[in-house]
Ligand binder design. Structure first.
Ligand code: 3PG
Length: 386
């Protein structure tokens, strides 16, 4: 039996103080939150704790500031707090950790500044972890997207807390992602993105537990080159050619045999078979027509995992492959999960964001979980069950 963690509904929250770790790491443009998806997806846990009658202290990191105990405006959670105030229709004070520790009265809800301002955050420092843990009766971990980081605010704080449990989003993420990992009958993975080096171990583990692994984007270019074809000016990772050759021997792995090439990403592409790419051309997309042969795989799929655009989808001339894949995924009756990096923007551009069965809020944590790696924050939560 797999050991699990405590959930919110197992704990009496009334009159307790709760330290809630969220992942509110969102893009900020001109002092405003440019995409509030992670904030919106954290609302159920926030509301649950507030309605249960607990005092709530929220913490998160934002970006990658200098870890030097000083305030850095560019990385302040201030825009996030403004967004949260408007979503919850409440005034929410924002304090540095020092300020918060010196408050004479703990507000009903408050936010602590960017945890990455604090020296000791990234080294999972014991003193910082204990300081954080002592702020509240209970630690609730809901930052699934940061659960792959063994930091003081994600891991140490749980270890040194009096009690800790998972939030609603973290639990929901793990359930949806586990479903794809465990129910692997007629399972299909589609992986895109630029570099094979960052995804090699993911491809290797997916090809163990999924039935088909369809590759596109720069990842596929390196396999096409490893097959011995001339790929012209395409993005290829020369140092990965021998690993790519090994992958080609795996019958589960599918690469495109027809692609869109051009001598510039700003010019329209030409459809060609992978054995006829000219010296001055680069691959910018999978030829959408060639994806039709994959339709039966999607139609019969039980579970579908999607990570990464399969072409240069930011450019209008080369977004058709990704859009076609997105449509094939959502036309299937299979349970579909998308996550990691650019996948959400790709799904948004293809107009399928709300048609996918589950969209993960996580980037790196999504990939590490799918790879089968242990996530330190989740391990710390499990260890709190005794
Ligand atoms: C993410 O956006 O993937 C998480 O918030 C983690 O951020 P990090 O890669 O800077 O640790």
């Amino acid at each position: 039996l797999e050991m699990s963690y405590k959930r919110l509904n197992e704990i009496n929250l009334s009159n307790k103080s709760v330290l809630l770790r969220l992942d509110l790491n969102t893009p900020i443009e001109n002092g405003l939150v440019a995409n509030n998806e992670r904030i919106v997806r954290s609302l159920p846990t926030l509301s649950y704790i507030i309605e249960a009658g607990a005092r709530l202290i929220v913490m998160s990191h934002l970006g990658r500031p200098e870890e030097n105990n000083s305030f850095q405006e560019e990385f302040s959670l201030s825009p996030v707090v403004k967004e949260l105030e408007s979503l919850l229709d409440k005034k929410i004070p924002l304090h540095s950790l020092d300020e918060f520790e010196n408050l004479s009265h703990i507000p009903e809800i408050s936010v602590i500044e960017n945890t990455r301002f604090c020296i000791g955050e990234k080294t999972n420092d014991t003193d910082l972890s204990k300081r954080l843990a002592s702020l509240a009766d209970l630690v609730v971990m809901d930052a699934f997207a940061t659960s792959h980081r063994a930091h003081a605010s994600t891991t140490g704080v749980i270890t040194f807390s009096s009690d800790a449990c998972a939030g609603l989003l973290l639990d929901e993420e793990l359930n949806a992602l586990s479903k794809v990992k465990e129910e692997s009958k007629n399972s299909v993975a589609i992986l895109g993105g630029a570099k094979i080096s960052t995804k090699l171990s993911l491809i290797n583990s997916l090809s163990n537990y999924m039935d088909k692994v369809i590759l596109g984007g720069g990842i596929a270019n390196t396999l096409i080159a490893a097959k011995g074809y001339d790929v012209g000016k395409s993005l290829v990772e020369e140092t990965m050619l021998s690993e790519a050759t090994e992958l080609l021997e795996n019958p589960k792995i599918i690469i495109p045999n027809s692609v869109l090439v051009s001598d510039s990403p700003d010019k329209p592409g030409r459809i060609t078979s992978i054995d006829a790419i000219a010296e001055n051309e680069a691959i910018f997309d999978v030829a959408p027509e060639s994806l039709t042969s994959l339709e039966p795989i999607f139609m019969n799929a039980g579970t579908i995992l999607w990570n990464g655009p399969i072409g240069f989808f930011e450019k209008e001339n080369f977004d058709k492959g990704t859009i076609k894949i997105a449509k094939m995924i959502t036309a299937s009756k299979g349970f579909s999960v998308a996550g990691g990096g650019d996948t959400i923007s790709a799904a948004e551009k293809a107009g399928v964001l709300d048609k996918l069965d589950y969209v993960s809020t996580a980037g790196g944590a999504f990939l590490e979980f799918m790879e089968g790696r242990k996530l330190p924050a989740i391990e710390a939560l499990k260890e709190k069950v005794n």
